[in-house]
Design a binder for this molecule. Structure first.
Ligand SMILES: Cc1cc2nc3c(=O)[nH]c(=O)nc-3n(C[C@H](O)[C@H](O)[C@H](O)COP(=O)(O)OP(=O)(O)OC[C@H]3O[C@@H](n4cnc5c(N)ncnc54)[C@H](O)[C@@H]3O)c2cc1C
Length: 515
C-alpha cells in the first residue's frame, strides 16, 4: 500500500502509460529481478470489456458530424497555435491508460527507410532501417500480409479493409487516383511502397488495439509491475545531476516515488513541459518563471515537428450510406511532390461522412520543414504549455501543400469520382488557382494530423539542437531518459503510433543490453 510522502525504491519509474510508456513497462518487467512503477495521469481500464465504448471501438461521430478520431472524455484537451491566420486549433491527446493509442484513429503506418537514414546521419547510428525493421516486425501481428517485412506474433494487431468492404467513396477515390496515374499500393508498409491503397488499421473487429490492450492487459499480474492511474507527475526529482524519482499527486495528495531510473514517456507536449518544470531547459526561459536551472538544455521544447493537415469537404451528390459500424476511412494516397527530394512527402486520406453527407479529404504534408515549439506558460504543472506549430513558415512547405490541395481537387473532379462535383466547401476557382489566395486559405484552415513530435530531439552530445542521446538518455544528467514521440529527430513520413511503439521496443532492448 502506498502511503503519503515517500515510497519504496523502484528500478524504473515510467511517467506516462501511452504508446511508449506501456510498451516499456511490459518489456522491462519481463525481467522479474527489476521492479517497475508505471504512472498515468488518466484512468486505468484493466480489460477490453471494462473500456468505455468510445475508447473500445473505432468510428464514432461527434455532434458536428466529424469522424470519430477523438474522444472528448479522456482527453487533455489542449489548444495550440497553427499559424498567425488560423484560429487556435484543438490539440487532443489521450489522458487514459494507453495514452493517445487509446484515443487515436488507428491508421497503422511505418516510417520509410529514408526517415531512418536521416536519423542515422544526425548521429543516431543504431537507428538504421535494418535495425528498426526488426522492432516494427516484433510489435505487430499483421493479419493480411505474411512476408519478410511483417510480423505475425506481436502484441498489436493490424488489418486492412478488403475492396469488397470499401465505401463507394473509397472506391471512387482509388479509381480516380489510378486513372490519374498513381501506383496501386498493395502493402503500404512495404518499404518501397508509394501510391494509393488500403490503409492498415490496428482495429481488429473494430476494437482500437491500444498499447494498453496489446501490452499491459495480459501481464498485469506480474509481481514486479505496479500501475498507478490518476497519478499526475509534477516534477522529476534529482540529487545533484542524478534523477532519483518524481513528485506526483493522486486525488489531492502529494507523493514522492523514488527510483533508480526515471523514464519520461509523457508525450511530445508533456515531456518537455515536465523537463522544464524540473529545471531542465533553456535557462533564460526557466528564469522567467522563477524555475532554478538544474541543467541548461537550450533545445528542450524546440524542433516541434508535425504533419499539417488541410481539411477539404465536399457535399456528396449521392446518398452516403455507411453500413452499421462501417469505417468511413479505408484508403490513402501517398506521393512525392514535384521537385521534392523527399519521397512520399504527401499523404491524402479520404473519408465518407454519412451524418452530414459529405466527402472529406485530409491533405497532409508528411515532411514539413517548418518547425514549432513548446514553451512554458506558467510554472503550474496542471496548466498546459504554449503549443506553437508554426506551420507554413517555410515556402517549400506552402508550395508542396498548394500542389497537394490542387491534386486533391483534381482527384475529386476526375470522371471516376462520381459522388462529388465542383469545389470543396469554401473554395472557388479564384482561390484554388491563385497562389497567394490559396496560401491564405490554407493558412487560415490548417489544423493538425495529430503527429506532434521532436520536442526533445535525439542526437549526439555535440549537437546542441538535441536533448537526449540515441538511447533516450538526457544529455548532461544521469538516470533519466525520455522515450516517446518527442525524441524523434524529425517526424517520420507516416502517422506516428506504430513508430513510437517501435521506438519503445528498441529502447527497452537497449536498456536490457546495458545502454
Ligand atoms: C486524435 C488523435 C488521432 C491520431 N490518429 C493517429 C493514427 O490514426 N495513426 C497513428 O499512427 N497515430 C495517430 N495519432 C498519433 C499517435 O497516437 C501518437 O503519436 C502516439 O500515441 C504518441 O505516443 P506517446 O507515447 O508519445 O504519447 P501518448 O500516447 O500521448 O502518451 C503520453 C501519456 O503520458 C500521460 N501523461 C502526460 N503527462 C503526464 C503527467 N504529468 N503525469 C502522468 N502522466 C502523464 C498521458 O496521459 C498519456 O497517457 C493520433 C493522435 C491523436 C491524439
Amino acid at each position: 500500500m502506498i502511503g503519503g510522502n515517500s515510497t519504496m525504491n523502484y528500478d524504473h519509474l515510467i511517467i506516462g502509460a501511452g504508446s511508449a510508456g506501456a510498451v516499456l513497462a511490459a518489456r522491462l518487467s519481463e525481467d522479474p529481478q527489476k521492479s517497475i512503477l508505471l504512472i498515468e495521469a488518466g484512468p486505468d481500464f484493466t480489460s477490453i470489456d471494462a473500456l468505455p465504448p468510445e475508447i473500445k471501438y473505432a468510428w464514432f461521430y461527434d455532434s458536428s458530424g466529424n469522424l470519430g478520431v477523438k474522444t472528448d472524455s479522456y482527453n487533455w484537451g489542449f489548444m495550440g497555435k497553427a499559424t498567425d491566420e488560423a484560429p487556435n486549433i484543438e490539440v487532443p491527446r489521450g489522458k487514459i491508460i494507453g495514452g493517445s493509442s487509446s484515443t487515436n484513429a488507428q491508421g497503422f503506418i511505418r516510417g520509410i527507410p529514408e526517415d531512418f537514414d536521416e536519423w542515422v546521419s544526425l548521429g543516431n547510428d543504431t537507428w538504421t532501417y535494418k535495425n528498426v525493421l526488426k522492432y516494427y516486425k516484433k510489435l505487430e501481428t499483421d493479419l493480411d500480409i505474411k512476408d519478410e517485412f511483417h510480423g505475425s506474433t506481436g502484441p498489436i494487431i493490424a488489418r486492412r479493409f478488403k475492396k469488397s468492404e470499401w465505401t463507394n467513396i473509397s472506391q471512387d477515390f482509388y479509381n480516380s487516383c489510378i486513372s490519374l496515374g498513381f501506383t496501386d499500393s498493395i502493402d503500404i508498409n512495404n518499404p518501397e511502397s508509394t501510391g494509393v491503397g488500403a490503409l492498415p488499421f490496428n482495429n481488429p473487429d473494430r476494437i482500437r488495439w491500444s498499447t494498453s490492450i496489446g501490452y499491459l492487459n495480459d501481464i498485469r499480474d506480474r509481481k514486479n509491475l505496479t500501475i498507478l492511474s490518476n497519478c499526475h507527475a509534477k516534477k522529476i526529482l534529482f540529487k545533484d545531476s542524478v534523477a532519483i524519482g518524481a513528485e506526483c499527486e493522486i486525488e489531492g495528495t502529494d507523493y514522492i516515488f523514488e527510483s533508480k531510473n526515471v523514464i519520461l514517456s509523457a508525450g511530445a507536449i508533456c515531456s518537455p513541459q515536465l523537463l522544464m518544470l524540473s529545471g531542465i531547459g533553456p535557462s533564460d526561459h526557466l528564469a522567467n518563471f522563477g524555475i532554478e536551472t538544474l541543467y541548461n538544455s537550450p533545445s528542450v521544447g524546440k524542433n516541434l515537428r508535425d504533419h499539417p493537415r488541410i481539411p477539404l469537404v465536399w457535399n456528396s451528390i449521392n446518398q452516403i450510406e455507411l453500413q452499421k459500424n462501417q469505417s468511413p476511412m479505408q484508403v490513402v494516397l501517398r506521393y512525392t511532390s514535384k521537385n521534392s527530394s523527399f519521397r512520399n512527402d504527401i499523404y491524402i486520406i479520404v473519408g465518407a461522412v454519412s451524418t452530414d453527407q459529405t466527402v472529406r479529404m485530409g491533405v497532409g504534408l508528411y515532411k514539413a520543414i517548418s518547425a514549432g515549439s513548446i514553451n512554458l506558460n506558467t510554472d503550474d504543472p496542471y496548466s498546459q504549455p504554449v503549443i506553437n506549430y508554426n506551420y507554413f513558415s517555410d515556402d517549400f512547405d506552402l508550395k508542396r501543400t498548394r500542389e497537394a490541395v490542387r491534386v486533391s481537387c483534381e482527384i475529386a473532379s476526375d470522371t471516376e469520382f462520381i459522388n462529388v462535383d465542383g469545389y470543396p466547401v469554401g473554395m472557388s476557382a479564384d482561390i484554388l488557382f491563385d497562389d497567394h489566395a490559396l496560401d491564405l486559405w490554407m493558412k487560415t484552415n490548417v489544423d493538425t494530423f495529430h503527429h506532434i513530435s521532436g520536442t526533445c530531439k535525439m542526437g549526439s552530445f555535440d549537437d546542441t539542437s538535441s536533448v537526449v542521446d540515441q538511447f533516450g538518455k538526457v544529455h548532461g544528467l544521469s538516470n533519466i531518459r525520455v522515450v516517446d514521440a518527442s525524441i524523434m529527430p524529425d517526424c517520420i513520413r507516416a502517422n506516428t503510433n506504430a513508430t513510437v511503439i517501435m521506438m519503445a521496443e528498441k529502447i527497452a532492448d537497449d536498456i536490457k543490453n546495458g545502454y
